[in-house]
Design a protein around this ligand. Structure first.
Ligand code: COA
Length: 576
């Protein structure tokens, strides 16, 4: 049988049935055995009930996005079958819980390879526990598509070990029973088969949220404070586990306002500090973001965006906090917003966020999103020796002539860490003179605002993270941000393969906009398209306001990311 180069397996069922665990485990197992993986999950905001879905894409090549559609659907119940039936394409595989589960009857869908696996029945009757039906399904999937059973069993031990040896044992049996069912009862006729590859020593598999935590550790974070909120909580969980090993502290605060206040205090005290949140929490933080900007205190805020406004769609994907991140504070608050495209980027861009915060002494926001935060992906182990870490300019000595907010040529004034002899100063949200004493005169406010914004004048050169993929003869340029970049990279490949001439720009700095790079890009193409996942076309509007480009906005806002196919089709439509 021919090997597949790219395979997408989707598992669907009810929240509480173990869909998420089984997806996590299959992704972990495949990555350990040597495959590249990238996952996407979506589940209800409720703890039990509702449709939960976990999709894993496997390949021997680096993977940039969730992909388009799926090849294999494994449905734990009737609802999952109903949800996915329409999306099945010719040649796909449907694995479903039958007989014995709640799926009404045997499936015989023309053009689809339908494999019934009695997951519930095996789990209840052979293993005496309905809990393990997800592992019966995994065993069947492993057998059908050559996912390493040894690696799967290792992940079972890791995932369920804390629940006791009995739980591990019954789940091993469930995996074996699923595989055995396939060997005995299913005649494989589908074209999908993955060569598991060779395990790579230098590869880790982590989520986007964990990668932000890892980046923070590499940058030297020593204080973290946050209030739990979906989909950002995992950043805090990761740092709670690892920050103490580096001598750092973590405080779970009573709310997001207190979290950022703690972070500002810690950074004022001289340590690198960070918080993470999602839309509703970012709304609450606005007053304090303005304060950090006014106080010129370096802080890093990771916003893992979700559907809004208000509590909105807590577990669904959206890129709709860009306006809030760029323009949320009252008054004129200088700050920087960066946005990573993938899991590996979450590591390195978080380091850069700290570097920018420290260098320019201001708040830096990292705009991740639900799809990226929850995404698990394989990546090369970062080498700390290759990572450049910048620290804030500080004063030492006896403090003679020290002015905390001195008007310097660069606009950056060295900070004094509290306790530095002779360097006491006042730091509040009030406008201040160079000395730090409150001062409200017209000349002073003008000079200080110019200082706080002027210090960013070389930002685009300092952080030139704006990659251009130019194609000779292209009439169309496409610009995406955040996790849509990975999807656009694939869409560009598809569109070019289908004859389109198209270029793309992938900016990681999304506020202030990299105006020089954008204008240079815009000048080359007749049309510029901006696909993004929000109603208002937020990046397109910022580009329209700040540059010479008059973009065509392309938005979706249904709680899901774009597929590469969707963007490729739009590229072709705009080029017509
Ligand atoms: N044997 C033993 N235990 C198993 C198992 C098996 N074969 N399969 C799963 N489990 C356990 C899991 O370990 C997990 O237990 P834990 O909570 O102790 O870790 C539990 O069963 C749930 O399984 P899991 O796979 O993690 O989730 P699920 O697919 O059943 O879906 C969620 C449940 C994740 C959708 C739901 O619980 C949830 O968290 N919803 C989101 C809530 C939220 O964030 N709301 C927003 C608030 S603003």
């Amino acid at each position: 049988m021919a090997q597949s180069n790219d395979l997408i397996i989707r598992i669907g069922g009810e929240g509480g049935e173990g869909v998420i665990s089984s997806g996590d485990m299959i992704a972990q197992a495949a990555a350990r055995s040597g495959l590249e993986v990238l996952t996407f999950k979506t589940f209800p905001a409720e703890i039990r009930g509702g449709y939960a879905m976990y999709q894993t894409r496997f390949s021997h090549e680096p993977i940039l996005s969730e992909g388009t559609g799926f090849d294999v659907a494994c449905c734990f119940n009737q609802e999952a079958l109903d949800m996915n039936r329409k999306a099945l394409r010719q040649g796909n595989v449907l694995i479903y819980d039958f007989p014995g589960g709640d799926i009404a009857g045997e499936q015989n869908i023309p053009g689809i390879h339908c494999y019934p696996v009695p997951m519930t029945k095996i789990s209840k009757e052979e293993l005496a526990t309905p809990r393990s039906k997800n592992m019966v399904a995994l065993g069947a999937i492993a057998e059908l598509f050559s996912i390493s059973m040894t690696s799967l069993k290792e992940t079972v031990q890791e995932k369920f070990g804390k629940k006791g040896a009995e739980v591990v044992e019954v789940n091993y049996k469930a995996l074996d029973a699923g595989a055995q069912h396939v060997r005995t009862n299913i005649k494989k006729a589908d074209p999908y088969q993955m060569d598991p590859g060779t395990p790579k020593q230098d590869v880790i598999i982590i989520s986007g949220n964990e990668a932000v935590g890892l980046g923070a550790l590499l940058a030297g974070v020593r204080f973290f404070s946050a209030y739990p909120i979906t989909p950002a909580t995992e950043v805090a969980i990761f740092l709670a586990r690892h920050l103490p090993k580096f001598g750092g502290n973590l405080v779970q605060a009573e709310d997001e306002i207190a979290s950022l206040a703690n972070v500002i205090g810690a950074s004022y005290g001289g340590v690198k500090a960070m918080t993470s949140t999602s839309g509703p929490g970012l709304s609450l933080m606005q007053e304090l973001i303005g304060m950090a900007s006014m106080m010129e205190v370096p802080v890093v805020i990771c916003d893992v965006q979700r559907g809004g406004p208000s509590t909105g769609l807590p577990t669904k994907h959206e890129q709709s906090d860009l306006f809030l991140a760029a323009h949320g504070c009252h008054g004129d608050a200088s700050k920087v917003v960066v946005s990573p495209e993938g899991v590996e980027d979450c590591v390195y861009l978080t380091v850069e966020a700290f570097n920018i915060a420290e260098r320019y002494q201001l708040p830096v926001l990292i705009l991740s999103d639900g799809s990226l935060g929850f995404r698990t992906s394989s990546m090369r182990k970062p080498d700390p020796k290759k990572i450049r870490v910048e620290n804030r300019a500080t004063v030492s000595g006896n403090g003679e002539g020290f002015e905390r907010y001195a008007l310097t040529a660069s606009g950056v004034s060295p900070m004094a860490i509290p306790g530095t002899p002779g360097c006491a100063y006042i730091s509040t949200g009030l406008e201040h003179a160079p000395s730090s004493a409150p001062r409200y005169s017209a000349e002073n406010h003008t000079a200080m605002l110019d200082k706080r914004f002027g210090k960013l004048k070389d930002l685009e050169d300092y952080f030139p993270a704006t990659e251009v993929d130019h194609q000779e003869g292209a009439q169309l340029g496409v610009i995406a941000w955040g996790s849509t970049i990975g999807t656009l990279r694939e869409a560009v490949k598809i569109a070019r393969a289908e004859g389109a001439k198209v270029s793309a720009l992938y900016p990681k700095l999304v506020w202030p906009l990299p105006v020089k790079a954008l204008n240079a890009f815009g000048a080359k193409y007749k049309k510029v398209l901006v696909p993004e996942i929000n109603k208002q076309g937020q990046l397109a509007k910022l580009i329209q306001g700040e540059t010479e480009i008059r973009p065509i906005s392309y938005t979706i806002y249904g709680g899901l990311p774009f597929s590469p196919r969707q963007i490729a089709d739009k590229i072709k439509e705009v080029l017509k």
